[in-house]
Design a protein around this ligand. Structure first.
Ligand code: FO1
Length: 314
């Protein structure tokens, strides 16, 4: 029997990994639980960047250079908004706007974010099941010396240049996992924490009451993939944030954050010296090339990750 797989995911790194996974594992046997802590309201539109990044990537329509938005999209709407003097630091392509307009209209009609996500992924013929972590609003906030920033203000507007003093997940305490999340975790054979930022992307998912408990009780084996290679995050501010927060900037530091959650961890072969330290946390370790620099590399990494999980006896 082919394993049923649940993945916890952020944006671009996770989407590449999922693309590899869905190219060799039956997509109907994969459920992705996506971070919505990055969501924002822009001119009345509800934008769920990580859900869209995962959906567009799995649909094969994502912009391959940026990893977000549609490939070959145009920006006429943004140009017009600029003429009107609107804030345009968050760049939304014309086709991408259609997603946000439709999502917002459905939400206003009373549909949940899960229902809207399901409609959009079906329309884009994505076979992998995509669930938001919650239908309740959870907002990731970044505490900096300049004050408390909304996630996208920190990430896109200020290009993650601020020193990070703390990261909080507003609303998480009272949020509940979206329908189907806990059931998928309970029934899955393999659970994967994608190569995403453990603080900004996986952190909000684990902060929702019930999810950590669901993982602790799960019969499936839980494995993670490092987002750090040789002390550097390939994309985004993870290395800087870990340093700001006084954490060990390495895949060992990431493993420490996931201690008690993970059964196994895939690290890069460049970090093989960290293997015994991570193993001492009670985590099985596999070293491999974790760079997802080609379609084949994405598939290979996904295969290695599932094979690590399947080899662990619980
Ligand atoms: N990232 C940027 O760096 N600049 C942008 O203008 C931007 C626009 C954008 C629009 C739609 C969307 O779905 C994603 C977008 N992103 C943009 C990416 C996104 O904000 C981040 O990569 C994630 O929130 C972190 O996973």
């Amino acid at each position: 029997m082919v394993s049923s797989v649940v993945c916890l995911a952020g944006g671009v790194g996770a989407a590449k990994f999922l693309d590899g996974l869905a190219h060799y594992h039956p997509p109907e046997r994969i459920t992705v639980v996506v971070n919505t802590g990055d969501d924002l309201e822009y001119l009345g539109s509800h934008i769920s960047p990580d859900i869209d990044i995962v959906t567009y990537t799995l649909a094969g329509v994502v912009d391959p250079d940026r990893g977000w938005g549609f490939k070959s999209d145009t920006y006429h709407c943004m140009e017009q908004l600029e003429r009107y003097g609107a804030e345009t630091w968050f760049r939304i392509g014309d086709a991408d706007f259609a997603t946000h307009l439709l999502r917002s209209a459905y939400l206003q009609q009373g549909f949940t974010l899960s229902e809207v996500t399901e409609r959009i992924r079906n329309a884009l013929e994505v076979k992998v099941r995509i669930l938001p972590m919650s239908d309740d609003r959870v907002a990731t906030k970044i505490k900096t010396p300049e004050g408390l920033l909304d996630f996208q203000e920190y990430f896109v507007k200020r290009k993650f240049s601020d020193r990070v003093e703390d990261v909080t997940y507003e609303g998480a305490d009272h949020a509940t996992p979206a329908d189907g999340v806990l059931d998928a975790v309970k029934k899955s054979d393999v659970i994967i924490l994608c190569p995403s930022n453990p603080i900004l992307s996986i952190g909000p998912i684990l902060a929702i009451p019930g999810i950590r408990e669901g993982l602790a009780k799960a019969r499936g084996r839980i494995v993670g993939v490092t987002p750090i290679i040789a002390g550097k995050s390939l994309k985004g501010p993870l290395d800087r944030i870990m340093q700001n927060l006084g954490l060990d900037v390495s895949s060992y530091g990431v493993a420490q954050l996931y201690k008690g959650v993970l059964d196994g961890f895939v690290i890069d072969e460049a970090d093989k010296a960290l293997t015994s330290k991570i193993a001492a946390l009670g985590i099985h370790v596999r070293q491999t090339n974790t760079l997802m620099d080609s379609p084949e590399a994405r598939v290979r990494l996904a295969r290695e990750t599932v094979s690590l999980a399947e080899g662990i006896r619980k």
